[in-house]
Design a protein around this ligand. Sequence first.
Ligand SMILES: [Zn+2]
Length: 260
Amino acid sequence: MRWQDMTWQEIGALDRDRTVVVLPVGSVEQHGHHMPTGTDTYLATAVSEAAAALVDAPVAVLPSPWYGLSAHHMHFPGSITLGAETMMAMVGDIVASVVQHGFRRIAVVNGHGGNAGIIDVLASTLGHRFYGTARIACLTYFSLAREAIAAARESRHGGMGHACEFETALMLHLHPDLVHQDRAVIHYPETGTPYLSTDLLAGSIVRSFVAFDDLSESGTFGDPGLATAEKGERFLALSAEALADFLKDFAGWPIAPKTA
Ligand SMILES: [Zn+2]
């Protein structure tokens, strides 16, 4: 169920206790020479909608607010970044509106590594704000499906980072008209330290700001040359299945999680 396609009466008739409301968040930022700036939001939305279709409990997917934290991409034309406070306020306002209508389970589904820190903060601040009224869960979909994606990848460490094997494959499956595979640049970045990783599935324990163009002239981290539409279909299925498993579980979480 796409929120923006429903009438107010249709939304009003949804079961407030069981319905999970999903907010996809992504980014508008450079994705190498071969992919569009909207890639992360296209993918977070597609994975959310595909997962919703796999769940028996009602799931309503909100329209994404598109923008995210992309300060590290700002040296490339076309990238747009929100301030951290703006993003906190924007997601907070959207969630508060949904809660005002009586919904009690809201999942923020993130598709952009640069948003990972802010959604952690949102899980705490919104969880506190709506404690006893609604449960708020925040996740990054490719981290949720990390093991399944790792088993399906072909690239070595560094081949999945940004506009890479993973994202390019998904876009070739979902929006092939927006991918210019002939312009793709393969690039395994070197951070110069084992404490900073650029791989999508690795994650760095140590966090430090890196301007993207300091590590990649093209804006690509990884190996888009390994991407195919068939692989993208598989990555979408794996990502949607992992998210659907979570949404089914989340639909049964107690609203006030008191166990003592
Ligand atoms: Zn991306």
